[in-house]
Design a protein around this ligand. Structure first.
Ligand code: GAP
Length: 548
């Protein structure tokens, strides 16, 4: 599919998400708030199903006695629910206070703000005038955007566009400025009419800041909304160890909100300022950590496939060594070809990182830096730790090997909103179905995996008479305690099927004249459109089995 088709597909998905109550702009009646999204009735069920599937597959349903395929040994899994606001020292020791920033650049003319690393540009010249035209567009839209901007800047008509001389392809603005090939004074900002309006880049910490207490004012009251759920797990490592019977290797899982003051939120919910994460910190013996890293990378990859994401749209990308965080010995991203990206581009759904002992040591000793290949406590000009750790012993005594060590950590860190968006995009299909007269009718159908579908079954009396609603209501009441289902008697049955197809309901149960005669209903399968007759008495067990 080409870029234009993909963009129009994305537009249709966004429009369906709004129209059918999957996702709304936050505070929409006041014009919305950039980077914040609300989930409507179908969306909240979809996202909850994504989180529930993750929790069940990773935590509550985990078989602690078995050695799962690819795992070096059996392991335990447990969970936590930590606060969003934590002691400010947590973020100082984790490195977020000093390092969790992006470079931003402002435009004095348009008053717009951009992420420096998102700006690209190229030299354009016309009749002795030369300018470095920049764009904040990505993929296939970037080059046409620079052409349109250069045309406007040089005051050319459409047929004169070929007169522009281009000095090569698109390059990162950051890179050309660093190399001295262009200066910010030469650059025409993405929304500016004249060059030289871009300010020097500035660091911008992505953590949202707040104050604690009514008399908040001095620096001690400063606090942050967590930018990841992970740190709550590290600082509770000892609590979990002391209060439960877990032993290494084991994982602690958490699902919850995280906040990042993204400079340029974009692409629907993909880059939001408030979002949910599903994170596991898996603690293991240092010598076994590389094996556990590979296990979690493959396990998490399989999870997305098992829940129906198209294999050809998923990519597992191992980071090159120069891409790794200073503490990591391996990281892989699971990425999805979202329709808003250019062909060949992928967006991150989840990162699986080998974090070594960086986090537990940071919270014991203080903020760490790598020096001569070793992690050491960073010191200030006075020789004291720049950010002091808790001083608590977070090491582990291994009863089997009789050794004491600081466990190494493997972190599968997934975004619940990004996962939900990928499942939403992947589910979107357009096809043709025969209408009541057998003529082909185009339909939009959301082919969610049944575990993720917001509504599992719809119960539809063919007509609102002849005792059909009564049988349908009884069936609805029998099914409802077991799964999300809907009763719908409004409109022609074809219209009702179409409504359920758009909601992604895998099964429709129609009560018709034959039901009254032989106590069977029609079971319509959303994807194959096959209709079969099933005894009413067997419906609950049949659908429960299909969902298991
Ligand atoms: N504890 C590690 C960590 O937070 P990350 O790669 O920064 O790693 C993990 O985030 C996941 O959280 C990402 O793979 C993505 O799914 C999700 N995520 C991160 N920033 C996000 C944002 N601004 N909007 C939506 N999801 C985001």
């Amino acid at each position: 599919m080409d870029k234009q088709n993909d963009q129009s597909r994305m537009d249709k998905i966004v429009s369906l998400a709004k129209r059918r109550g999957f996702i709304f702009q936050s505070s929409e009646i006041y014009g919305g708030l950039n980077g914040f999204w609300d989930y409507g009735p179908l969306g909240v069920a979809l996202k909850r199903n994504v989180k529930d599937a993750w929790w069940r597959d990773m935590v509550s349903g985990h078989d602690e006695l078995a050695t799962l395929a690819g795992a070096p040994s059996p392991y335990e899994m447990t969970g936590l629910d930590c606060t969003i606001i934590m002691h400010p020292q947590v973020w100082k020791c984790s490195g977020h206070f000093d390092l969790f920033h992006d470079w931003m650049i402002d435009c004095r003319e348009s008053k717009r703000r951009y992420r420096y690393d998102h700006l690209h540009g190229r030299w354009a010249a016309h009749r002795g005038k030369k300018v470095f035209v920049t764009t904040d567009q990505s993929g296939d839209e970037a080059v046409p955007d620079t052409v349109a901007k250069a045309q406007k800047f040089f005051g050319l008509r459409a047929k004169q566009v070929d007169e522009i001389e281009w000095g090569g392809g698109l390059e990162s603005l950051q890179a050309v400025v660093a190399a001295g090939v262009a200066s910010l004074a030469d650059a025409l900002g993405p929304d500016a009419a004249a060059p030289g309006s871009l300010t020097e880049p500035r660091e911008f910490n992505l953590m949202f800041e707040t104050r604690i207490g009514a008399l908040a004012g001095d620096d001690d009251d400063r606090a942050f909304l967590r930018p990841e759920t992970a740190q709550g797990i590290f600082v509770n490592f000892k609590n979990v160890l002391d209060t439960s019977r877990v032993s290494v290797p084991f994982g602690i899982a958490q699902v919850g909100k995280s906040f990042r003051n993204e400079i340029t939120p974009r692409n629907f919910t993909f880059r939001s300022r408030e979002f949910e994460q599903m994170e596991i910190e898996f603690f293991c013996k240092p010598a076994d950590s590389a094996e556990w890293y590979r296990y979690w990378r493959d396990r998490r990859w399989k999870w997305y496939l098992d829940l129906g994401l198209t294999a050809g749209k998923l990519q597992l990308r191992e980071h090159a060594s120069d891409e790794l965080s200073h503490y990591s010995v391996g990281t892989a991203d699971i990425e999805y070809a979202f329709p808003f990206l250019a062909p060949g581009e992928f967006g991150e759904l989840e990162g699986i990182a080998h974090r070594g002992d960086f986090d537990l040591r940071s919270h014991m000793e203080g903020k760490l830096v790598r020096k001569n290949g070793e992690l050491v406590v960073e010191t200030g000009p006075d020789g004291k730790p720049r950010h002091r750790g808790s001083g608590k012993d977070l090491s582990y005594f291994d009863d089997v090997s009789r050794e004491r060590y600081v466990p190494h950590v493997i972190e599968p860190s997934a975004g619940a909103d990004r996962g939900t968006l990928a499942f939403l995009c992947d589910a979107y299909h357009e096809d043709e179905v025969p209408d009541a007269d057998g003529k082909p009718r185009s339909r939009t159908v959301m082919k969610f995996h049944p575990r993720l579908a917001p509504v599992k079954a719809a119960i539809l009396p063919l007509v609102k008479k002849d005792g059909m609603p009564e049988v349908a209501i009884d069936l609805y009441r029998a099914l409802k305690p077991h799964m999300a289902c809907q009763y719908d008697e409004k409109g022609a049955v074809g219209r009702r099927y179409a409504r359920q197809d758009e909601a992604g309901t895998p099964w429709c149960l129609t009560i018709d004249g034959q039901t009254l005669a032989d106590k069977t209903v029609t079971l319509r399968d959303r994807d194959s459109l096959v209709q079969s007759r099933v005894p009413v008495a067997e419906v609950v067990d049949l659908l429960r089995d299909k969902l298991a």
